[in-house]
Design a protein around this ligand. Structure first.
Ligand code: 6PG
Length: 241
């Protein structure tokens, strides 16, 4: 697969969540220490809830898996808009050892928060020399083609030296500053897995798959990693209208 995009279509959002859970388990199963980068938004929520159910929970080697975030909104950690709060409530708080949950702290400025999270990622990376940062990076796609908090036309897209940066202005709601992993950081993964479900995703997916220069097209796993788009039939722009 490597640089090419691989598109997988499932019947509906529930089967997308199951397929994503199977891919996640396959990526973490054999790793002595595994790293998963989570996404915010609504698209991953069915997957996160599934991971906490007995059947799926039993298949994840929780003590060996570390959980990171691809982006965060600059809101308090328990705010309903917080990506971390959403993931913690959906599954992390019940399933993952606390020391394996790496949230983005938002008490400081976005830039300071980004630098602190960058250090945390670098520390973790030192424990896994020779491997990409992540085994799996989950991503959603916004209506403007953004991924994580990397918006179309933003200078952040050209950032190649930093792993994490602060973003002053969001392109879409919620209009709060963000902290986001950069494209090169997200690319350091064995698999980048996009989740997109529902009719509302069809227009942006049509633009992405047509090759438009959008963050969602620039986001690719590098170094031989796989880039996979997991859609349901309703989101598939190639389906009859
Ligand atoms: C965020 C997300 C963002 C999200 C897309 C898709 O903080 O908002 O990380 O990049 O993945 O906007 O969002 P939906 O899944 O809600 O459509």
């Amino acid at each position: 697969m490597s640089a090419a995009r691989h598109i997988i279509v499932q019947a509906d959002a529930a089967t997308v969540a199951e397929a994503a859970a199977r891919r996640l388990i396959a990526r973490v199963a054999a790793m002595p220490v595994a790293a998963v980068c989570l996404t915010g938004g609504s698209s991953p929520q069915a997957l996160y809830r599934l991971l906490a159910t007995p059947r799926w929970r039993a298949e994840i080697p929780w003590p060996r898996v570390h959980w990171f975030l691809g982006d965060e909104r600059a809101v308090p950690p328990d705010d309903p808009l917080s990506n971390g709060a959403m993931a913690r409530e959906a599954f992390l708080d019940r399933c993952a050892p606390r020391g394996n949950v790496h949230m983005i702290a938002t008490a400081t400025s976005p830039d300071a928060a980004a630098r602190a999270y960058e250090s945390e990622l670098e520390d973790f990376h030192h424990h896994r020399p020779g491997l990409p940062l992540f085994d799996l990076v989950l991503l959603g796609v916004g209506p403007d083609g953004h991924v994580a908090s990397l918006f179309p036309g933003a200078p952040a897209l050209e950032e190649h030296d930093r792993l994490v940066i602060g973003v002053d202005r969001a392109n879409v709601a919620p209009f709060v500053p963000r902290i986001t992993l950069t494209l090169s950081c997200l690319a350091s993964t064995r698999e980048m897995l996009f989740l997109a479900t529902g009719r509302g995703k069809r227009d942006i997916l049509r633009r992405v798959f047509a090759g438009e220069d959008l963050p969602a097209n620039r986001a690719r796993a590098d170094g031989g990693g796989d880039t996979v788009w997991l859609l349901d039939e309703a989101a598939d722009p190639r389906a009859a209208a």
